[in-house]
Design a protein around this ligand. Structure first.
Ligand code: UDP
Length: 242
């Protein structure tokens, strides 16, 4: 089932939040006002009976590509980036528990003292039991991104769609923060997003979504209550489909 209208709720969705979104007003690390607001929004979606998976990025702490620019070995930098996502995931998990929401972290890199190692079939069991799963460490491989990890996990766990929470309310033809005439798309095809080089997700993530017919919804994660609205097909967003 893939729905994005008021009458038909999705059964399961994946929310991708970039590490940068957690920065809030801080230059580095985690702004807990932002984390609390995001968790409250997720809680309201769970209350509708929708199963939720979360993928969190690590850009608020470390990015392999930036470190490579400073002369750090790219592969090592990418592992550091993946570990940064685990830090965010562990914090998020702890906040979920403070809100009495059943959740667990599943990491693509084995870190047994810190998180359960990702096993797809176990993730399905937990999701069926209405637990929130936070998928950490991206794909577990260097040279990839958490956007690709998110598309991969969404496909593996049969999510109806993937929601990418960003700092703006959709995909624009140029940066709306710099260009007041920038135009927002309501709907885009994967191929348009790829060929126009629009700022949706990286090409690997988009190709995976296209091959598996996974709709992507891009929306503003910082507007309170927006996740709840968008899951119900309301509010402002861009939908990327076939
Ligand atoms: N990363 C990686 N493989 C993955 C996912 C992430 O190597 O499958 C590394 C990469 O260095 C990346 C960093 O982890 O820069 C943080 O992830 P990302 O940049 O996707 O985070 P976001 O932009 O969403 O905060």
């Amino acid at each position: 089932m893939s729905s994005l209208n008021k009458n038909l709720l999705p059964q399961r969705v994946l929310l991708k939040v970039s590490g940068e979104a957690l920065l809030g007003k801080k230059g580095y690390g985690i702004d807990f006002d932002v984390v609390n607001a995001i968790i409250e929004d997720i809680a309201s979606v769970i209350r509708l009976g929708v199963e939720v998976c979360v993928v969190i990025g690590g850009g608020n702490i470390f990015r392999g590509l930036n470190a490579a620019g400073e002369g750090i070995d790219r592969v090592k930098g990418d592992y550091a980036g993946m570990l940064a996502t685990v830090i965010n995931a562990v914090v998020l998990n702890s906040v979920f528990q403070r809100y009495h929401i059943k959740s667990r972290v599943m990491s693509a890199i084995a870190l047994p003292q810190v998180a359960e190692t990702y096993v797809r079939d176990k993730a399905l069991v937990y999701l069926n039991n209405k637990e929130v799963i936070i998928f950490a460490a991206g794909t577990g491989n260097p040279y990839f991104t958490t956007d690709t990890g998110a598309a991969l996990r969404a496909v593996e766990t049969h999510c109806d769609f993937m929601l990418k929470g960003t700092q703006v309310d959709g995909v624009y033809n140029s940066d709306p923060k710099k260009n007041p005439d920038a135009k927002r798309y309501d709907v885009l095809t994967y191929t348009e997003a790829l060929s126009m080089g629009l700022n949706v997700m990286d090409a690997t993530a988009l190709s995976l979504a296209r091959e598996n017919n996974l709709p992507i919804i891009v929306f503003d994660v910082h507007q309170k209550g927006n996740f709840l609205k968008v899951v119900q097909g309301q509010g402002t967003f861009t939908k990327v489909v076939v």
